[in-house]
Design a binder for this molecule. Structure first.
Ligand code: HEM
Length: 364
């Protein structure tokens, strides 16, 4: 390597732009006295979260670039899983990070809380962008909140830059990760048949009907067992078991027609032994793990807030803890969660019709 002059030598501080970074913890300029120790802790904790949000967004955008395509190569699945697993770990870390926030005593928080005015984590656009990128719909949000409208208002008021708004708009206008995932699931080979294969509709429908039949049969066994051991009356148990079967049918055949993405998902989850489907199953698992870690993060935030401000209103004007608890009911990857309810033990399922297609060596 060529010799560098001393002034060209890379340093730790230079590489990380540390001086710039460490100048940003004193609160907004021209806005009252310099922050006390507790307030600086409050600022640093928030900034640390936002830095991690930045990384999460990057990982999710990389994942999106791979998955949002008409053809996702098998060999890119490990990379995709890797991105998602990193996000899961970051959310796990962030769930614990609330503990540091909790070292702020409620009284000490109140001493500077008024300075915050109406500012609130509500306005964390990185958090909103990652929710939108994942696929959280406005109708699923509490009060049908519209984050894009809120961002436009902030941009109009000069509170966020045109670049931040443009990035947000771009994410909002693209298919979400959940959309891309469902499109990919819809291309799952089911009993060796692809969407473009001749007779695919009939093959897929036969797989779905077969599964519903197995569920029904298994349900009858469960009813007989519960009644035989005196654990319940048939009149009480039967409606519950039958309701589950009806729910499964309407999930797999919304409006009477088979949903190919849901059928694909059910197929992947039903046959874990098929080598070709092992990475797809890991991918599904990675999405579930990610959402689970995000929910635990939301829940840990709500518990920290309850400890800090009790049941009072948030600075952003929400009901506070009740609002935060309601967000723990959000589910983005709805189908991935729902399919779990209708899985049947492997022994009860019929074997796949073309095991060799899935790289499974047969005895013949
Ligand atoms: C003393 C510490 C904190 C308290 C008392 C607190 C309280 C609250 C409350 C009450 C809300 C609901 C919205 C509102 O009405 O304001 C909220 C939302 C939020 N907070 Fe915090 N928070 C604290 C620290 C943090 C930290 C360190 C972060 C890290 C970025 C954060 C991120 C968020 C986010 C992203 C939301 C929006 C949640 C959603 O709408 O799904 N909060 N917070």
């Amino acid at each position: 390597m060529a010799e560098r002059k001393p002034e060209q030598r890379m340093t730790y501080g230079g590489y990380l732009r540390l001086e710039e970074l460490l100048e940003l913890q004193d609160g907004p300029e021209g806005y009252g006295p310099a922050p006390c120790n507790d307030e600086q802790h409050f600022i640093i904790t928030h900034q640390a979260f936002e830095l991690w949000f930045k990384m999460i967004l990057r990982e999710l955008k990389e994942s999106h670039a791979i998955l949002n395509s008409d053809h996702v190569e098998e060999k890119s699945l490990p990379k995709l899983v890797h991105h998602l697993e990193r996000v899961t770990e970051i959310f796990r870390l962030l769930s614990n990070q609330w503990k540091v926030m909790e070292t702020l005593a409620p009284q000490d928080f109140l001493s500077f809380r008024d300075k915050l005015g109406t500012s609130s984590g509500f306005e964390s656009w990185q958090m909103r962008e990652l929710e939108v990128l994942m696929g959280l719909e406005n109708e699923q949000r509490m009060g049908g909140m519209d984050p894009l409208m809120h961002m436009r208002k902030l941009a109009d008021e000069g509170k966020v830059s045109p670049k931040v708004l443009a990035d947000f708009e771009a994410t909002s206008n693209a298919p979400s990760l959940n959309d891309a995932l469902n499109a990919w699931l819809a291309r799952t080979p089911i009993n060796g048949s692809l969407p473009e294969s001749p007779g695919d509709e009939a093959i897929t429908a036969a797989f779905v009907e077969g599964h519903l039949e197995v569920m029904k049969h298994h349900g009858e066994e469960v009813i007989a067992h519960i009644v035989s051991i005196g654990h319940g009356e048939e009149a009480q148990v039967r409606p519950r078991i039958e309701a589950a079967a009806i729910q499964a049918a309407s999930f797999l055949k919304p409006e009477g027609t088979v949903s190919r993405s849901r059928a694909g998902l059910l197929f992947i989850e039903s046959y874990p032994e098929l080598p070709l489907l092992s990475w797809p199953r890991r991918l599904i698992d990675a999405f579930v793990g990610l959402e689970q870690s995000m929910l635990l993060f939301r829940s840990a935030h709500a518990r920290m807030v309850e400890r800090m401000i009790g049941r009072r209103m948030g600075t952003g004007g929400s009901s506070g803890v009740d609002y935060l608890d309601a967000t723990t009911k959000y589910r983005v990857f709805v189908d991935l969660w729902a399919v779990r309810t209708m899985l049947v033990k492997r022994d009860a399922l019929t074997d796949v019709t073309s095991p060799e297609y899935y790289g499974f060596a047969t005895d013949e």
